[in-house]
Design a protein around this ligand. Structure first.
Ligand SMILES: *[C@@H]1O[C@H](CO)[C@@H](O)[C@H](O)[C@H]1NC(C)=O
Ligand SMILES: *[C@@H]1O[C@H](CO)[C@@H](O)[C@H](O)[C@H]1NC(C)=O
Ligand SMILES: *[C@@H]1O[C@H](CO)[C@@H](O)[C@H](O)[C@H]1NC(C)=O
Ligand SMILES: *[C@@H]1O[C@H](CO)[C@@H](O)[C@H](O)[C@H]1NC(C)=O
Length: 378
């Protein structure tokens, strides 16, 4: 969906493999691996202080090359060079709501509960508040199950209510009308996942968590996410310098990451035609291999109407064990507090679309921290 080049990677020390990818159009890829590379790579190319001071580099920016081989040379540009900085302006974080969230979800012993934070009621309305929730399900019977959700009748509840693994949409009204709405989800262990885990009780392999940030070049990553950049540098994550995007928009790059192949090759070799509804499901996505090995798989992407896999209306059946598209579709149906920034939905209700994805990644990886998983969140 969006464009821009370049990825980064890094490795370091946990049993997990974290990948911060620049999926999508292009982006930033960071891998955090254990002990694979003890040798510190020469990634300390510039000292970056978290303040936005422009480091004192000579105006002539090439201090060397990121990639230098007989076939390819990529200049190591100073991210803060004057030419770039002319066009760079930092944007402030914006809150999607001035108040704390009126509803939240807790989990205990794999049971999820939706709560109203009653101590916040007066902050929302001095009148009587009534809340109800609906279950969100993928319309698996419909013509386009990947882009359609069914929203059940709204059930009134007070204080708290148990919820299933489906996302829930919450609406609260007072005498004057809608005062709050949100969508929640809790990642819980399902029966089929339990079976999968018991079947694969061999030694525990490393897990893989990939975080994709769309449309962020390596240099923009350094400019716009100084703390994250600082973190990955300090921990010696390995940047995959020179691994740039291979095509325009999110889709061809995602397919390359997930299948190792170019979309045109997939089609030429009659492996699958992702542009035909139903065939995207048959493409050799890497999560299938992991799933066969007993990994629990997850996939989430914001911007459900523009995402990588909306070609030919997406997946006929959910491609991963945990597939958050119905959740994300539901968040896009929230009317209150919906805000666009640069053509993308920034606020979906009282939360930012981006933080929602990060929260899913957090919930998923924490829930399955003792099991092998492959999660891709972008
Ligand atoms: C946004 O709102 C949250 C919760 O109300 C608050 O903790 C945070 O400081 C706010 N951030 C900004 C930048 O206003
Ligand atoms: C409920 O709201 C109060 C503020 O009135 C806040 O201190 C508390 O952390 C909230 N609880 C949860 C679980 O969000
Ligand atoms: C979703 O709603 C449509 C229309 O009411 C219905 O035909 C369909 O069976 C529902 N899908 C599921 C999975 O319940
Ligand atoms: C994934 O599985 C497919 C089908 O079994 C196989 O052809 C492919 O080589 C596997 N990919 C990797 C990276 O092992």
């Amino acid at each position: 969906m969006i464009e821009h080049p370049i990825k980064d990677q890094g490795h370091s020390k946990t049993k997990k493999l974290f990948i911060l990818i620049a999926l999508i159009g292009a982006t930033v890829t960071i891998v955090n691996y254990h002990n694979l590379y003890q040798k510190k790579l020469d990634v300390k190319r510039f000292q970056y202080s978290a303040s936005r001071n422009i480091p004192p580099f000579p105006a002539k920016y090439h201090r060397g090359f990121l990639v230098s081989s007989s076939k390819c040379k990529i200049i190591d540009l100073d991210p803060f060079n004057d030419e770039a900085m002319q066009f760079h302006s930092a944007k402030r974080y914006q809150n999607c709501t001035k108040r704390q969230l009126l509803t939240y979800v807790t989990k205990e012993d794999n049971v999820a509960t939706l709560h109203i934070n009653t101590s916040l009621q007066s902050a929302y309305s001095l009148k009587n508040i009534r809340c109800c929730y609906s279950n969100i399900i993928r319309d698996s019977d419909g013509e386009y199950p990947d882009t359609t959700i069914n929203i059940s009748m709204c059930q009134e509840f007070t204080n708290s209510v148990l919820i299933s693994q489906d996302p829930v949409m919450v609406n609260c009204i007072d005498d004057d009308g809608l005062i709050y709405e949100n969508v929640h989800i809790a990642v819980t262990m399902t029966k089929s996942i339990e079976d999968k885990i018991t079947k694969s009780k061999k030694r525990r392999p490393i897990s893989l968590l990939m975080i994709g940030i769309d449309s962020v070049s390596r240099l923009n990553f350094i400019r716009t996410m100084p703390h994250t950049y600082n973190y990955v540098e300090t921990n010696h994550w390995i940047p995959l310098l020179g691994f740039n995007k291979k095509g325009d928009n999110t889709f061809p790059n995602m397919m390359a990451i997930l299948t190792g192949l170019d979309v045109s090759l997939l089609m030429e070799d009659k492996i699958c035609n992702p542009y035909i509804f139903g065939e995207l499901d048959t493409c050799p996505m890497i999560w299938k291999n992991y799933s066969k090995l007993g990994y629990i798989t997850a996939y989430a992407e914001d911007e459900p109407y523009r995402v990588a896999f909306n070609y030919a209306k997406g997946f006929k059946t959910p491609p991963t064990d945990y597939y958050f598209k119905p959740y994300v579709l539901a968040t896009q149906k929230l009317s209150k507090g919906y805000t666009y920034i640069d053509g993308l939905s920034y606020c979906t209700g009282p939360e930012t679309a981006g933080e929602r994805i990060m929260n899913l990644a957090n919930d998923f990886s924490a829930t399955f921290k003792s099991y092998p998983y492959l999660g891709l969140f972008g």
